[in-house]
Design a protein around this ligand. Structure first.
Ligand code: SF4
Length: 989
């Protein structure tokens, strides 16, 4: 932000900062006028980040040069002059413009800046037969909202020059991958935010400093810290949340001192939460003039001291140092281990070293725990375990051992123990702050984790071994401090039984699941042997382990949730915190189980009646059933079998359940692996894994569609498939459902059985309704039965819809209907093997490759329909490629569109003129918002109809069909169910 003549020049950084914290923008404005406070200098870590970002950008430039791309660089730092040079470059039309400068005047402010790269694309514009799209380099592993804001600004500025909006924005990520997003999906949001920033700059409204994710790297951090201290702000109370501050302030409690002496009820806070906050504030308030103190918290099952095991001579105290700035996802450069009075340091400085250090570390754990079966691994906060999960997946070693250690609850997070066991007088619960309680004083050069990263970066630049010694000394103190904290906790522990971790009542069930996991993994490894350089076998191995890896985060989420404090859970949508029993547990009518009613404080939650949820135990979390949940009254009724009635404790919190069961898909996938390791009878799967072009009767062709109408060309192609896979790629609005439905019915006419799969029942329903709609068309005069295998409560069809919707896998219609829809859980079943001639997979950009392979036995041919640029598949775990890819991403590889000899690409997004849009939804929905209607063409792909009429692909909006009876065939809802309108030869309706 700076003055620019008589106006203010705003940049992408300004809008990104405004999106994060408006108070920072208010400071920026004041500082622009040279009013205090003064910003602090960029910290060492911020400088490192800047340097890494610059290096990443330079690396991408080098790559472009090495690829022989024609590049014009705008080498300057005078915006106005550079804008002129950029305009000249745009007119010249090189493949890439580096550091192109863009600027435009808005209302009351100008916008401008330098984009990293502008890339030429074959899309006509004012410049000629080409235009440009914006590419930015970012160190992150995925695109964030702030990246989108930046790219959307540059795209809008670019559009001013070239007269056409870029269709895509691109981010070259720190992982080496490129993320491509459709601008139209974000442009309106970005523009609204920019308008809001302009409004703020013109007439700033009052803002306040409130801690947020941006504070760590904010240049106004010192000013805000000073302000919070001076105001005795509630934000200074350790572990208080913004929501709690808001509730307290609404009740007139504005300072820590006021909270410390609060003796009335605050609306919206449960009595226990309020009690803890008041105690925390009081201890901190007294500490300002006194000694460090603590108060023990009330014991609760599965919390605090219930998580602290008896001391054992073999106990290990463990701390990791990691550098997130090392290329390719960071580097865990030091594992420090303190045990039996000895310190062990495992260093690594590159990826191979990291793997070796991990191998040694896990070997150390295994040997130590074999010698001392009662020992535990103590650490402080979640980083160590999170890093180990990441490392074992990254290097493909030790996953089973880590799983076992986690399930045995060998890792003891002392931060979780402290939070549940004591209230401390310190203003935060970092281990350094708590050292005041047990009297540890630090010295040495490196004093913080951030300092360790900075020091390690210095070592990487200089190779100075003395720096490593400093880091090691720091890490050693952290490990020793962890032991001292554990000992202090043991000293102040109330008398009572020691908990036995990892042997809870649900452990037998969990062990059974663990045993199945292990057996599955062993079999997959036995089938595939050591893949070596065999890429397909390597891919099959990773795909075979997909479901196991995918399930882990859900288990970890349960364990992480159980570790949270009740007051934190009250703000966690996946949980329900602060339950207090309203009376004793009562037997149910069957007398086989008991029910207990609880009251809970006001909070939002996704938990619903009928769900099974997790509850803490001394061991692995167990489950209870939610019988009733009444938000208005704040009451919940829980049920549990008599044998485990004790789980319905007086005070309780409810947590998410574990992962979805995927045994069926996993078993289907294993059968596919057996086939691919032997006869390869599943030729479509073989083609898919080898990424071969589709094998069509008549031999390979250079262009499968061959310039034909998409329906005609697609029908012809699917009829000629010979046990192979055919991708059909089409962005939104290109009529995929229309084409798919007609291809399916053409196959049915030829006596084929067709399965329709997708990741969601909604997508399957959309295709099946498309088939129903196509059956009504005059040019398709035949009928066929359609069935959709739905789950209980998943039938969202209108009453009277002729599509049959059995909920049982054994329903006869599922064996008889020519067209059957279902998810991977249906098509992966043994009894579906070989039951279909074709499997159409809709929204294949969201269908994981592993799930598709799980269904691979169901049909001889596979047709994948979708657009990998739409929302990606939702995955939870970390997977090596290709296991983490959707099936379309896998088939496309590096290509952004499917080559014509490898599949069918439906024409891109040349959407219906807004005037012709069925619902007149306006440009934001019917087509890219930036282009005014007069520039748009009424020209999507066309399909001839009897009587010289033709059909146009259009947006997926639904048009009501008043001419058809409600509940009849034509009465439909959902995306894309009525994407077409008939126009005559002159384009009139
Ligand atoms: S330190 Fe935090 S609250 Fe203060 S201006 Fe920066 S981001 Fe906003």
């Amino acid at each position: 932000m700076k003055t620019f003549g008589d106006t203010i020049l705003l940049s992408a950084s300004d809008v990104m900062r405004f999106a994060g914290c408006q108070h920072a923008t208010a400071h920026d404005l004041r500082w622009m006028r040279r009013e205090p406070p003064k910003p602090r200098e960029a910290g060492a870590e911020a400088v490192i980040l800047q340097g890494k970002g610059d290096a990443h950008e330079a690396g991408h430039l080098d790559k472009l040069r090495a690829d022989g791309r024609r590049i014009i660089g705008i080498e300057g730092n005078d915006l106005v002059r550079d804008v002129g040079a950029t305009l000249a470059a745009l007119r010249e039309g090189p493949e890439v413009i580096y550091q192109g400068a863009l600027m435009a005047r808005g209302e009351g402010a100008a916008w401008g800046g330098w984009s990293d790269f502008l890339e030429r694309v074959d899309r006509p514009s004012k410049l000629g037969e080409y235009s440009y799209e914006v590419v930015d380099t970012k160190l992150k592993r995925s695109v964030t909202a702030k990246h989108v804001l930046q790219l959307a600004l540059y795209s809008d500025l670019l559009a001013e020059v070239q007269g056409v909006h870029p269709e895509h924005i691109h981010v070259e990520l720190g992982t080496g991958k490129r993320a491509t997003l459709r601008l139209v999906e974000f442009a309106a949001y970005a523009r609204r935010l920019r308008r809001r920033l302009q409004g703020f700059v013109a007439s700033p409204w009052a803002t306040r400093a409130a801690p947020c994710a941006d504070c760590d790297l904010c240049r106004w951090g010192d000013a805000c810290d000073d302000q919070w201290r001076a105001e005795d702000s509630l934000f200074g109370v350790a572990n208080i949340s913004k929501v709690q501050v808001a509730k307290l302030e609404a009740a007139g409690v504005r300072t820590m001192a006021e909270l410390a002496s609060l003796d009335r009820v605050v609306r919206g806070l449960s009595p226990s939460t309020q009690g803890k906050l008041v105690l925390q504030a009081k201890l901190q308030h007294d500490r300002k003039t006194g000694e460090p103190t603590h108060v023990l918290r009330e014991p609760e099952p599965g919390r605090g001291y219930a998580l602290l095991p008896r001391r054992d001579p073999g106990d290990i105290f463990y701390d990791i140092e990691g550098d997130p700035h090392v290329d390719g996802g960071g580097l865990e450069y030091l594992h420090g281990l303190w045990c039996g009075g000895e310190f062990h340091a495992l260093w690594s400085h590159d990826r191979a070293g990291e793997k070796e250090a991990l191998r040694k570390l896990l070997g150390f754990f295994e040997a130590r725990l074999r010698e001392s079966p009662e020992a535990h691994i103590y650490h402080y906060a979640a980083y160590e375990v999170t890093a180990l999960k990441r490392l074992t997946v990254r290097h493909g070693i030790g996953e089973a051992l880590l799983d076992r250690l986690l399930r045995e609850r060998r890792f003891v997070d002392l931060y979780t123990v402290v939070r549940g066991a004591v209230v401390a007088s310190e203003d935060n619960y970092s281990i350094k702050s708590l050292e005041a309680l047990y009297g540890l004083e630090r010295d040495g050069e490196v004093k913080t984790a951030g300092g360790s990263v900075v020091a390690y970066e210095r070592y990487r630049d200089t190779g100075d071994e003395a720096i490593l010694k400093e880091i090691e000394a720091y890490n050693r103190v952290d490990c020793v401090s962890t032991e001292k904290l554990r000992d202090w906790l043991v000293t102040v522990r109330p008398a009572g039984e020691w908990p036995v971790l990892g042997q809870g009542s649900a452990d037998a069930e969990e062990s059974d699941s663990a045993r199945k996991d292990r057996e599955h993994e062993e079999e997959v490894r036995r089938l595939l042997g050591e893949p070596g350089e065999d890429k397909v076998r390597r891919a099959l191995l990773d795909l075979g382990l997909f479901h196991r890896r995918e399930a882990k985060p859900a288990w970890w989420a349960v364990l992480a949730s159980v570790d949270k404090q009740p007051e934190e859970l009250e703000e966690d949508l996946d949980a329900l915190g602060g339950l207090e029993a309203m009376g004793p547990a009562e037997p149910t009518s069957t007398r086989k189980s008991v029910q207990r009613r609880y009251r809970f404080p006001p909070q939002e939650t996704k938990i619903r009646a009928g769900q099974t949820v997790s509850v803490p135990t001394d061991g692995f979390p167990d489950t209870v059933e939610v019988v009733e949940l009444d938000h208005a009254r704040g009451e919940v009724l829980l049920k549990k079998g008599n044998a485990k009635a004790h789980l319905l404790a007086d005070r309780l919190s409810l947590h998410p359940t574990g992962p979805l069961k995927t045994d069926v898909i996993r078993d289907g996938l294993r059968a596919v692996i057996v086939d691919q390791c032997g006869e390869k009878r599943l030729t479509a799967v073989d083609d898919l894994l080898a990424r071969r072009p589709p094998r069509l009767r008549g031999g390979p062709v250079a262009d499968i569609l061959g310039g034909r109408d998409p329906v005609e060309g697609t029908v012809d192609a699917v009829l000629r498939m010979e046990g192979t896979v055919l991708p059909i790629q089409g962005p939104p609005g290109t009529g995929k459902t229309y084409v798919t439905a007609r291809a399916i019915l053409a196959l049915v006419r030829e006596g084929k059985r067709v399965g329709v799969a997708a990741s969601s029942h909604e997508a399957i329903r959309n295709v099946l309704l498309g088939c129903l709609s196509a059956l009504e068309e005059a040019d398709l005069p035949f009928d066929c039965e359609i069935a959709h295998k739905v789950g209980e409560g998943e039938d969202s069809y209108e009453e009277g819809c002729p599509i049959q919707r059995p909920t049982s896998n054994d329903a006869a219609i599922l064996s008889a209907a020519p067209v059957v829809g279902g998810t991977a859980w249906f098509f992966a079943r043994d009894e579906q093997a070989g039951r279909f001639d074709y499997l159409f997979v809709d929204e294949a950009g969201q269908m994981g490759l592993a799930n598709l392979l799980g269904m691979g036995r169901a049909a001889r041919n596979i047709v994948l329909v979708g657009d990998p640029r739409q929302l990606p598949q939702v995955i939870q775990g970390s997977h090596p490629d290709p296991a983490g890819l959707s099936c379309l991403e896998w088939l496309l590889g590096e290509a952004s569109t499917i080559p014509p000899d490898r599949g069918i690409f439906l024409p891109v997004s040349r959407r219906m003129h807004p005037d012709a849009c069925p619902l007149h939804l306006g440009p934001g929905l019917c087509g890219p918002a930036p282009e005014p209607p007069r520039h748009r063409q009424t020209e999507g792909w066309q399909h001839p109809l009897p009587g010289g009429r033709r059909l146009l692909g259009a947006c997926g909006a639904q048009r009501p069909r008043p001419d058809l009876p409600r509940g009849g065939r034509g009465h439909r809802r959902g995306r894309g169910s009525a994407p077409l309108r008939a126009l005559d030869r002159q384009g009139r309706r």
